[in-house]
Design a protein around this ligand. Structure first.
Ligand code: ADP
Ligand code: MG
Length: 138
């Protein structure tokens, strides 16, 4: 995918960027979503999920590393913030969520990055003052 930098001025615009990316995804694709707390990672994923037909709430999972949200293709949403390291974890941990027939969005992906296959896009969200965010898609 081409390298793109965009600025958004509110959550709805970040959701729209997520929706735009979603339209380019195929089953099995994995999208890494990075950025500080509150930078808009989950907001971006929410926009993508809506475009893929997910109707329920899209929030970062709290007690698990991920959740499967429905949609077509089905969406897996992972947040690895609390995982720390994959060392000592069951390597199949991610396989519960990442399947060839789902698209997956992974927040805080760094710990798992070496283990992630089919990464088709990387999204970096950065605070740019107030409600402004810099969104880099590679
Ligand atoms: P993260 O998952 O990165 O911690 P969230 O998406 O959960 O971040 O939260 C981002 C917060 O910032 C939300 O409260 C959202 O309404 C707010 N916000 C303000 N401006 C923007 C913007 N341009 N893009 C995304 N979120 C924004
Ligand atoms: Mg989040």
């Amino acid at each position: 995918m081409p390298h793109e930098v965009k600025h958004t001025y509110g959550p709805d615009q970040t959701e729209a960027l997520g929706a735009e990316l979603a339209s380019r995804l195929a089953p099995g694709d994995v999208v890494l979503v990075s950025g500080e707390l509150g930078s808009g990672k989950t907001t971006f994923v929410r926009g993508a999920c809506r475009a893929l037909g997910v109707e329920g709430p899209v929030t970062s999972p709290t007690f698990t590393i991920g959740q499967v949200l429905g949609g077509s293709p089905e969406v897996a949403h992972l947040d690895l913030y609390r995982l720390g390291t994959l060392a000592g974890e069951d390597p199949a941990l991610l396989d519960d969520y990442l399947t060839p027939d789902r698209v997956a969005f992974v927040e805080w992906p760094a710990v798992a990055e070496p283990a992630l296959e089919r990464v088709v896009a990387r999204v970096l969200l950065e605070h740019a003052g107030g409600d402004r965010r810099r969104v880099t898609l590679t």
